[in-house]
Design a protein around this ligand. Structure first.
Ligand code: IDP
Ligand code: MG
Length: 160
């Protein structure tokens, strides 16, 4: 089923979440993972990677014309990135809400950026902005083999 109604009910929606190099170096990987775990999302994939410039330019290809694009790419190249896939009801939109606004100063307290970051150019994390870009990003960062298939017995405690 691919209708909007079904999508709203889908407990298998997936989003690509990444801890950027500043977040990794500041020791925030565990904190960010913990928030998604505690919320009830299911961890499908997880790795620490140092992608090429090419890989990052493709990831951010929609921003290619922006004046901050070169500094964004060097920021993303400044260290390893913790890449992950989380699955669950409304994972894309809720994932973005958990991250907070792009500009951390505009992010609500209680969000990841609102609690741990100050500037847009050092906003510690990435989250897909739509189901369509999530699918694109997941296949850009992970092979099919890296997307783990397993049963989580806690599902019945998280979903009615
Ligand atoms: P998002 O990460 O909240 O989806 P986007 O607009 O997709 O925000 O921008 C991607 C990333 O590019 C941001 O997370 C931030 O790191 C960086 N960025 C966006 N706008 C600016 C800016 O005006 N100055 C510096 N960096 C920016
Ligand atoms: Mg974005």
């Amino acid at each position: 089923c691919h209708s909007d109604e079904c999508r709203k009910m889908s407990t298998t929606e997936r989003t690509f979440i990444a801890v950027k190099p500043d977040g990794v170096q500041r020791g925030l990987v565990g904190e960010i993972i913990a928030r998604f775990e505690k919320r009830g999302y299911k961890l499908i994939a997880l790795k620490l990677v140092s992608p090429t410039k090419d890989h990052l330019e493709t990831h951010y290809e929609d921003l290619k014309g922006k004046p901050f694009f070169p500094s964004l790419i060097s920021y993303m190249l400044s260290g390893p990135i913790a890449a992950m896939v989380w699955e669950g009801l409304d994972a894309v939109k809720t994932g973005r809400a958990m991250l907070g606004a792009t500009n951390p100063l505009a992010s609500a307290i209680g969000t990841i950026r609102g609690d741990y970051a100050i500037q847009t150019g050092r906003n510690i994390c990435h989250g897909s902005d739509s189901v369509e870009s999530a699918n694109k990003e997941i296949s850009h960062w992970f092979t099919e083999n890296e997307l783990n298939k397993y049963n989580n017995p806690l599902q019945s405690l998280i979903y009615e």
